[in-house]
Write a protein that binds this ligand. Structure first.
Ligand code: CP
Ligand code: NVA
Length: 310
């Protein structure tokens, strides 16, 4: 996907629908090759820094393995071990790392901080989760839906739960691909209104809609895909009790899924809290593709890395 070479990936708003579609095709192609043990050496001689301010299983390992499979080298850094952990300005860090690395992936608390880093760095910066967005996750999600359903345009995805980082990136990615979205969140936990408005405009251009409701049954009605994420994200632990109360009635369980299409697909970015946002019988049931979805992080990110860095 030549047109994205050298670009940052902070949010899918910065990419065209054509670029997102092409990245998805590339992800599928790289996955097929990997299944036959073919790993195109697209990042030979390249070093990618992976900076984390928070925990991670999928993002860290899939990025390390992805860079490695493409022939490059990945360096894991926890922010507390870097001088940013002692107050060195993010902009200085970005300039310094630009002298050593070919690209940076960062998981940070604040999206603003990542914007500052990307502004200062002369190398591409890829968002591996901020308070506002999780673009790499959304590409893997679309890849999974496409693999299982065969097409994306016109599918109905119901997102039930917190209007968080994962929800934001998911609605933008769906808007690029013409996937209809219905979001059900409780009062006070809705998706950001300006992100929603922008995603809705994009959806119209691609022939789809993004609707919001407070009623999970309405969102799930006739859905092809049901998606949820944790009610308490990393860093919100002290709000756990209040959130458990606010999200009562928003659990994906046997009763709620009765309203979806009989062949509905269940997705969750993971890690999950079983018996909170999703019943064990659903996430571990026959409609769930959460582990295929997790694996697809690897293939989606290889497409991103190869396109941006090679
Ligand atoms: N879904 C996801 O980003 O998982 P990790 O927090 O394990 O990276
Ligand atoms: N919303 C979750 C996603 C984790 C991958 C969080 O921010 O903790």
């Amino acid at each position: 996907v030549g047109s994205v070479k050298g670009k940052d990936l902070l949010t899918w708003f910065d990419y065209s629908s054509t670029e997102v579609k092409k990245l998805l095709e590339l992800a599928g192609a790289l996955k097929s090759l990997a299944k036959s043990d073919v790993h195109p050496p697209l990042l030979v001689g390249k070093t990618v820094g992976l900076i984390f301010e928070k925990h991670s299983t999928r993002t860290r390992i899939s990025f390390e393995v992805g860079v490695n499979q493409l022939g490059g080298h990945a360096i894991y850094m926890h922010a507390r071990d870097l001088q940013i952990g002692r107050g060195e300005p993010v902009s200085d860090t970005g300039k310094v790392l630009s002298g050593y690395l070919d690209g940076i992936m960062i998981r940070a608390n604040s999206h603003k901080m990542v914007e500052e880093l990307a502004h200062a760095a002369t190398i591409p910066v890829i968002n591996g989760l901020t308070d506002l967005f999780h673009p790499c996750q959304a590409l893997a999600d679309l890849l999974t839906i496409h693999e299982i359903k065969g097409y994306l345009q016109g599918q109905k995805l119901a997102y039930v739960g917190d209007g968080n980082n994962v929800a934001h990136s998911l609605i933008i990615a769906c808007a690029h691909l013409g996937v209809n979205v219905s979001i059900a969140s409780p009062l006070g936990f809705e998706v950001d209104s300006s992100i929603l408005a922008k995603a809705q405009k994009l959806a119209v251009l691609n022939g789809s809609t993004i609707e919001t409701t407070m009623n999970p049954i309405e969102a799930v009605e006739n859905a092809d895909v049901i998606y949820t994420d944790v009610w308490t994200s990393m860093g919100q632990e002290e709000e756990t009790a209040a959130r458990l109360q606010a999200f009562e009635g928003y659990q994906i369980n046997e009763e709620l899924v009765q309203h979806a299409k009989p062949d509905y697909l269940f997705l969750h970015c993971l890690p999950a809290h079983r018996e909170e946002e999703v019943a064990t019988s659903i996430i571990d049931g026959t409609h769930s593709a959460v582990f295929q979805q997790a694996e697809n992080r690897l293939h989606a990110q290889k497409a991103i890395l190869a396109s941006i860095l090679s």
